[in-house]
Design a protein around this ligand. Structure first.
Ligand SMILES: *Cc1c(COP(=O)(O)O)cnc(C)c1O
Length: 361
């Protein structure tokens, strides 16, 4: 067996091992074609099945209603930062954003290129260590935008803000897609770069309510319109076939695992293990996110000194616990425990942290 470590990187991130093994097994001869999935036409019947299966699996696992369309696009979540305003802007109506950190700041910066942006709430005053409460949006907003999980700071929306019925809620779900049960109907648009919780880098999932694809002005370039790919089932041009294929394998794994109910339960269990270590450490480990905003996906914490943090990161690596260094804008440590991080990996990290505290406090 090839040696594998527990990978706590924030993204690209760990994938379900059975999905990788399956890809390895069929890499040279896909579905009896004598060719690799990397080599066959995106118009072939073999690829077509992969493409449609991936879409069906996402629809099933996320319980996506019929009036929503599923798109597989390129350019990462960052491309959706401008695609949302391009497709949803309405002259004279503000685009309203909640600023919960780097990714939402980048998103609203793009929107400013297209019209009036209002930041209705922000947690910048405390370096994004929490998600604002009691946020409201106005009736005349073109759309409302939030980032459901703030990968860098380890914060996550615990309940969705109140949004007027007439205003579509647009959500960047890059780092907690499929991590918990959501009602897709609460949103107008959901988008997510695949490389955190869904699959590999190179493909972005967009779920868009059908009535929202017609707002886009005519003079927008073809590929900047969601409508173009909705009408062509994301096959207007060559899609990122291999990335979609890996997503499909991962989704098959999650379906067999027990779907969203089981995934959510395991995520809660994993996060609780690590937050318990932090909370019972007499401030040896200091949780970065405010407890009422804690993420199930990215557990962020600091220690007394950066030397001690560096020591923990190095000793973790010796035990095959990799990717624990925090993001530079927060410092400290970050354990990203996306869906595909096994419970076993979290237990091993928890034992290591407990032992490290005993030796170094
Ligand atoms: C990683 C991340 C992004 C950036 O995704 P790209 O696909 O690299 O553009 C955007 N938003 C969130 C919440 C992220 O975690």
């Amino acid at each position: 067996m090839t040696k594998r470590v527990f990978n706590f990187y924030a993204g690209p991130a760990t994938l379900p091992l059975p999905a990788l093994e399956r890809a390895q097994k069929e890499l040279l001869n896909f579905a009896g074609t004598g060719m690799s999935i990397l080599e066959i036409s995106h118009r072939s019947k073999e690829y077509d099945k992969v493409h449609n299966d991936a879409t069906e699996l996402v629809r099933e696992l996320m319980e996506i209603p019929n009036e929503y369309k599923v798109l597989w696009l390129q350019g990462g979540a960052s491309t959706q930062f401008f695609m949302a305003p391009v497709n949803l802007q309405m002259p004279g109506r503000p685009m309203q954003y909640v600023d919960t950190g780097t990714w939402s700041s980048k998103a609203l910066k793009e929107a400013r290129l297209y019209g009036d942006v209002e930041v209705v709430a922000s947690s910048k005053d405390d370096n994004y260590s929490y998600v604002p409460r009691g946020v409201t949006f106005s009736e005349n907003a073109a759309f409302a935008h939030i980032t459901s999980n703030n990968t860098i700071y380890g914060t996550q929306w615990q309940e969705w803000p109140d949004v007027p019925d007439s205003v579509p809620l647009v959500c960047d779900m890059s780092s907690d897609l499929l991590a918990r049960r959501i009602k897709v109907k609460d949103f107008g648009v959901i988008y997510a770069g695949a490389q955190k919780n869904l699959g590999p880098a190179g493909v972005t999932l967009v779920v868009v309510r059908e009535d929202l694809i017609d707002r886009v002005p005519d003079d927008v370039p073809t590929l900047m319109k969601w409508k173009t790919e909705v009408e062509k089932n994301s096959l207007f041009h060559t899609p990122p076939c291999f990335a979609i294929y890996i997503c499909k394998l991962a989704l098959e794994y999650w379906k067999e695992f027990g779907g969203i109910t089981k995934i959510e339960k395991q995520n809660q269990e994993k996060a609780k293990i690590l937050y318990d270590v932090i909370d019972s450490s007499d401030s040896f480990y200091r949780g970065y996110a405010r407890p009422d905003s804690r993420s199930l996906m990215n557990v962020t914490f600091t220690m007394e000194s950066s030397d001690l943090e560096a020591k923990a990161v190095a000793e973790g690596i010796e035990r095959d616990l990799v990717g624990l260094k925090g993001h530079r804008s927060v410092g400290g440590m970050r354990a990203s425990i996306y869906n595909a991080m096994p419970l076993e990996g979290v237990k091993k990290l928890s034992s290591f942290l407990t032992e490290f505290k005993e030796k170094n406090q």
